[in-house]
Design a protein around this ligand. Sequence first.
Ligand code: SF4
Length: 366
Amino acid sequence: MGIVTQPAEGVATATFPRPWSHSRLDMATCPWRLGQHYVEGAPRLETLAMHDGKAVHEMLESAVAGGLAPVLDEIVDFARQTVGGFPAPGLIGVEEKLAVDQHWRPCDYASPDAYFRGKLDVLQIDDATALATDWKHSEKIAQAEGDPQLEAYAALVVACYPQVTEVVVRQANTKRLWCSPHTLDAEALDKARAGVDRRIRAAERLLPEQGEEPRALACSACNYCVLIQDCPAWDRMSPVIDNVTTQQQAEIVAEERRLLEVRLKHINAALKPWTADNGPVRAGDIEFGHFTAKKPEPAYDTEAVRVLIKGRDLEPDAWRDGVYAVNGRALRKLAKREDIADEAAKCETRPTPKTKFGARKVDDAE
Ligand code: SF4
């Protein structure tokens, strides 16, 4: 599958070309998928949000470095405030490439000794403090604290800049214009580095030995895997094991369950539009289609809620326990907050009887 790498201590010889990166580790839950994308060159999924995010990244890359004037004023003002001006003070680099060998010594990004590496959107250093900013162009606000990508970047920064003893990592959300900083001290930085080592060990344990085929392993990535049509995992579906007595059987059954969940999602996606246009379709005494929910959920005027949030100066951080994005589900949570409930209720639109895709039993005798 790839070149043989020198194993880190306690790691079986792996046949996947290092270096690891956060995105490779993310993909490593399914070694077959990892190999298809990174060795065979299969294209990766690009959503509209990812496409927009790339454009924003490129624009900010030149802006923060003090280059070409970008066009989206609101985002640019936000970015300027986030990094302290253009060019950013203490700027080490934009799209800064950092890499370490397996002893966490800095090395060239393209070095064959590289063990882990990452590209930081913006890296600023002021004495012993580093500031690592990651642009995210997403409706959903994510916290910097506990983010494995940012923690891995922080570990890379201290390995490559030994004078740094503290790293502030930040998710700077260019869609919601909101920034969430989190400071990692020496102890947290040690933990972050150990976390990367653990993730790499776990990933390399799943890799095939030389000469073996990588295994397609059903996992959370199946939900958005573009290779699902060709996935060999589907050929491995075994006869139902209904009496699980061993660890191995439990693992087989768990994997089948994951595959079936994903299959169900695809089946529903195929049936939903057809039944919306043509009405329910039957399978024996069950029919699938769009049926009216017994208790319609309240609907909210999204724009009115945006105004409410802005008017009350509600920082996303302040309502993070209830709301992450301005969508129906989040707004229902918002309405449950006592201090906001009255105003939130004013944003409610008249609930309309909603239909929901699902299944129901047909009684032909009725
Ligand atoms: S569908 Fe799941 S098991 Fe198959 S390749 Fe994709 S991630 Fe792997």
